[in-house]
Design a binder for this molecule. Structure first.
Ligand SMILES: [Cu+2]
Length: 266
């Protein structure tokens, strides 16, 4: 019975360890310059936690197996009030958590707390229940003001622009697809029209909440052309499951032609 139990614990450990490693391989191909440090941090956390998990499980399996033939009186008993054991385990856990926090803090700083590279293309990202819209500032490089009383999905004025009265709004380009040029720094300004949403593109390794009333900047540089799914990573209502859009990473000439086409449709 004890042998079966220790074997079962070992098999479960191997099975779950294998599943985690397999899941790690599920991460889609990375397509941004910030993906390297994010993936490195993920792997580091995964290895540290995985080793702790495997060590604890194998220890339990070994103890069950090694005690199986001893009489009841000679078997190990639960420990109560061992200050050495408690202190050591708390110290080890604290050191590991502080070390992981320090390295992840560095990664987070690199990705989120540094500004975009000079010359970054600024694009507004708007989330609403249950759609995404993207705004490009046009040739004047200025976003026109947003009038919430003019917002109307039925007339197609999704962002409440007054193109008649606001000169800066006249050349603004609003799209349903996020088109960006490859190898070019991009700054996104995240805004929400209603509730909290979350901009998430797994391939970029970029995930950030949109909070009503706030303009939240994030930045990235895409390194591979293609089409990738943008999803909402925050449960935002009944239609949340269907709140997605496309990130289209294009070559510079393709992007310029696409933006001209989008401008003509405004
Ligand atoms: Cu959502």
């Amino acid at each position: 019975m004890a042998l079966m139990l220790s074997l079962a614990i070992t098999l479960i450990t191997i099975l779950f360890g294998g599943m985690l490693i397999w899941k790690h391989a599920w991460l889609p191909p990375a397509i941004s310059t910030i993906a390297g440090p994010i993936d490195h941090q993920f792997t580091l956390t995964f290895i540290v936690c995985g080793l702790l998990f495997a060590t604890a499980q194998v220890t339990v399996a070994y103890l069950v197996w090694s005690q199986r033939s001893k009489p009841q009186s000679e078997r190990h008993h639960a420990l109560h009030g061992s200050h050495t054991l408690e202190g050591t385990s708390i110290l080890v856990a604290t050191v590991l958590l502080v070390a992981l926090s320090a390295t992840s803090y560095q990664t987070w700083t690199r990705v989120h707390w540094t500004g975009p590279a000079p010359g970054a293309l600024r694009i507004e990202v708007w989330g609403e229940q249950f759609a995404w819209y993207f705004r490009y500032p046009g040739p004047d490089d200025r976003f026109g003001p947003v009038h919430f009383n003019l917002m109307s999905d039925s007339t197609g004025n999704y962002l409440g622009l007054d193109r008649q009265r606001d000169p800066a709004s006249r050349d603004d380009i609003v799209t349903a697809t996020l088109g960006v040029p490859v190898d070019h720094p991009i700054e996104l300004i995240l805004r929400s029209k209603d509730v909290i949403h979350c901009f998430f593109v797994p391939e970029l390794r970029l995930k950030q909440d949109l909070v009503p009333g706030m303009e939240i900047p994030i930045h990235f540089t895409a390194t591979r052309t293609g089409r990738y799914e943008i999803v909402c990573g925050r449960l935002c209502g009944l239609g949340h499951y269907n709140m997605h859009a496309t990130l289209a990473v294009m070559t510079e000439p393709q992007f310029k032609a696409w933006l001209l086409r989008m401008a003509a449709e405004q």
